[in-house]
Ligand binder design. Sequence first.
Ligand SMILES: Nc1ncnc2c1ncn2[C@@H]1O[C@H](COP(=O)(O)OP(=O)(O)OP(=O)(O)O)[C@@H](O)[C@H]1O
Length: 587
Amino acid sequence: MKQFNGAFFRDLWRMVKPYWWHSEERWVARGVFAFIILLNLFMVFISYRITEWYAVFWNALQRFAVNAAWHQMLIFLGLATLYIIAAVSQTFFTQMLEIRWRRWLTRQYLDSWLAKSTFYHMQVLGDGTDNPDQRISEDLASFTGQTLNIVIGLLSSATTLAAFVFMLWNLSAMITIPWQGSIYTIPGYLVWAALIYSVLGTILTALIGRPLISLNFNQERYQADFRFSMMRLRENSESIALYGGETEERHHFLQRFANVYANYWRIIWRSMRLNWWVSGYGQVAIIFPILVSLPAYFVNKAIGIGGLQQIASAFAQVQGALSFIVSSYGSLANWHAVVDRLRFFEQSMDEVRVIRETHYQIEHKDGPRLIVRALNVRLPDGRELIHHLDLDVRRGERLLIMGPSGGGKSTLVRALAGIWPFGEGEVKLPRSDRPLFLPQKPYLPLGTLRDVLVYPFGVPGVGDARLQQVLHLVGMEALADKLDDARLWSHVLSLGEQQRLAFARILLQKPQWVFLDEASSALDEPAEDALYHMLVEELPETAIISVGHRSSLLRHHEHCLHLLGDGSWRLEAVVHPVPGGQQPALA
Ligand SMILES: Nc1ncnc2c1ncn2[C@@H]1O[C@H](COP(=O)(O)OP(=O)(O)OP(=O)(O)O)[C@@H](O)[C@H]1O
């Protein structure tokens, strides 16, 4: 069992406070919560009245008082109607509060996760947070739902318990026990009987059922493992089919399913033991309150059938309230785990923020062109990839970055884009220009081909004719009539075709600055050549900064930055020969 210590409650408070104390929705939330508590108190009051009603109604039946019995029927109808209205409203308002709280938290978490590329930095730093998507989609739902249910459930059980303990205490005065010629009254006799019976019963239920908590927890884990293994097959279907790895994969799936199967049998056996006990205990609960009240009924005839019914009903209420409190430890353990996971996720985001603020000394400023001054690019462990880089690129100029594999070319592009958090120096770029950064593997969002083409900024007012023209320019005219097809484009198109679409994006967005990180590496040389030609022709004002390995790219660039792999670098002008002459060379 997890510890409900100071640290846990501090964590919980940090998660609860922003919505209930600072958010713009706090007054609505508090109002709805107060109303739910009022409804709860009202329901306890009605239950109390119904329990009293038992006595009056059954006594009327015992006396054969027809009119009184009918009258009591009408009273019951009124009480039951009120109870139903309160119960339905309580569920409605609780669910409303839950979804509003969840919406608010989801927005907060999404904002923190997406802000300043935190999602990317968490991955770069390998901070150990598994599945942030699950934290946001599932854990936030569990957190809001469970927190409200636990708080409201415990409050309502405590008031029920107090009300019916009070009732049983008063009824106890009527019960006298004859013993060796004298008559005794035990103060609160029924209360003690109810408490001892319910507490013992619920503790035993809890002890027998306790292993089910970890068994159910494991079951979820095994199921998730099983599902995840199949998801990997879906993601890597082509490679697995090419390798012919089906037998191996089947073996893995069945191995994982074996865990699901074995654990489920443990659940079956444990549930059976629990059911023996719960059914027996439930049956005895019907007779036990009557049994302890019989002396009062038979010996001194202080209570009638009605009194017995009232006692039985009050007993059931006390038992229900106590068993909620005792057995809620199961949901409490689950709730604790959810709070831990969310706090861990929050802390990871905070840590990334701190690291970014302390390590990120690459200043990004507004400037007339791309100006890089004294830029050191580092790895997360502080190792220097590029030392003291100075660079100046004007609009319309084209720079090629070359160097050995692992020399830091992509990392430099990341640093220029402002998403690489390690290093120091200064990068200036005109703030009003929206630069476009294209990685080697283009990201194709889910949606229609039109959505894919205008990602990420959108192109207001662009018509089909323009989209088709652009597709034609990048050699993808075959897709011209598929603008509204919604497919998993990243799976349908080859890497080269995806890179062509990325070039189409440049033509549509017309950025002033384009950074191409091996963005044409999957194309053959003539195709790459044609795309670069077209780019220069269509967007002569745009600066192009490319990363590439092929020397054939030199002919499209005016300067070449060589990263030498040891941190040093060399900037050279590309000498373009007269048409028809040899390949371009470096000065
Ligand atoms: N998140 C990271 N954590 C640690 N090291 C990293 C991380 N990302 C990149 N590196 C390291 O930084 C170095 C430079 O990587 P980068 O991708 O910039 O090289 P590159 O010059 O673009 O290589 P290639 O030509 O193969 O694409 C590599 O040694 C790589 O392992």
